[in-house]
Design a protein around this ligand. Structure first.
Ligand code: MF3
Ligand code: CO
Length: 248
């Protein structure tokens, strides 16, 4: 069942999204060579709590941290750790903010210092693929139109699209219907209606799209050691087009 949100509920989610976006804006300068992913996690958790909200990922199905910090070949769900980031790394920070019971979800990839041209291109194309998907998030289109726009653009630029992790409906629960794959044929799947709130969160790899999970049971990596990046927004479908609730 897809939970349709009222305008008031969408505005509550936007308030959560504004805190999340502000946290990502702070991370742009906080993330630099020498910092640890645990320091990033603590910064984000403090930022969220100082704004009267809570980090929804902490304790979610036993996940131990406020954020996922996914470095280089890690696709998603990387554990924050004491390892220092190095110049040339790329890192995705993913978090879900809960403000008064309403959620917003956004992941963003960052360059650590200056990065190779290949890494820069992966970041740029992954971000652009998110916006190609958002362009299709209009009333009357179907989920498959979002999926297909992302896949066509990403593969056209020479990257692969992760299959094992997808976008989702969101509201008072982190994961609601519908599922939002970032690959697949157009004009298929659920028809988009005003009041749906979704995440679109493409993960693109330089090599194969396949993933494997570390011994910790969470950290998902590329099978071939290729790099992976991700950008995610939460957005509301309205009669006047999508509203990005986590816009920075
Ligand atoms: N924020 C993630 C998503 O986009 C969820 C991460 S799983 C968690 O769906 F356990 F870390 F919360
Ligand atoms: Co999500």
């Amino acid at each position: 069942m897809i939970v349709i949100k009222t305008n008031e509920e969408i505005m509550k989610m936007k308030k959560a999204g504004e805190i999340l976006a502000a946290c990502h804006r702070e991370l742009r300068t906080f993330i630099r060579p020498g910092i640890t992913t645990l320091e990033i996690d603590q910064f984000a958790e403090n930022f969220i709590r100082n704004n009267g909200a809570t980090p929804e990922q902490k304790g979610y199905h036993g996940y131990p941290f406020a954020t996922c910090t996914s470095v280089n070949d890690v696709i998603c769900h990387g554990f924050p750790s004491k390892t220092e980031l190095a110049e040339g790394d790329i890192i995705t920070v993913d978090m879900v903010v809960n403000l008064d019971g309403w959620l917003a979800d956004s992941a963003w990839s960052y360059a650590v210092g200056s990065v190779s041209d290949a890494s820069r291109k992966l970041l740029d194309v992954t971000k652009e693929s998110l916006y190609k998907g958002i362009e299709q998030a209009i009333v009357g289109n179907r989920i498959g139109d979002i999926s297909h726009a992302i896949q066509a653009y990403a593969e056209g630029q020479g990257f692969s699209v992760v299959r094992d992790f997808i976008g989702h409906g969101i509201g008072q629960k982190m994961h609601e219907e519908p599922q939002v794959p970032h690959y697949g044929p157009p004009q298929r799947g659920t028809r988009l209606k005003a009041g749906m709130v979704l995440t679109i969160e493409p993960m693109l790899n330089t090599g194969k799209y396949h993933s494997k999970i570390d011994q910790d049971g969470w950290t998902a990596r590329t099978v071939d050691g290729g790099l992976s990046a991700q950008y995610e927004h939460t957005l509301a479908i309205t009669e006047n087009g999508p509203i990005i609730l986590t816009e920075q």
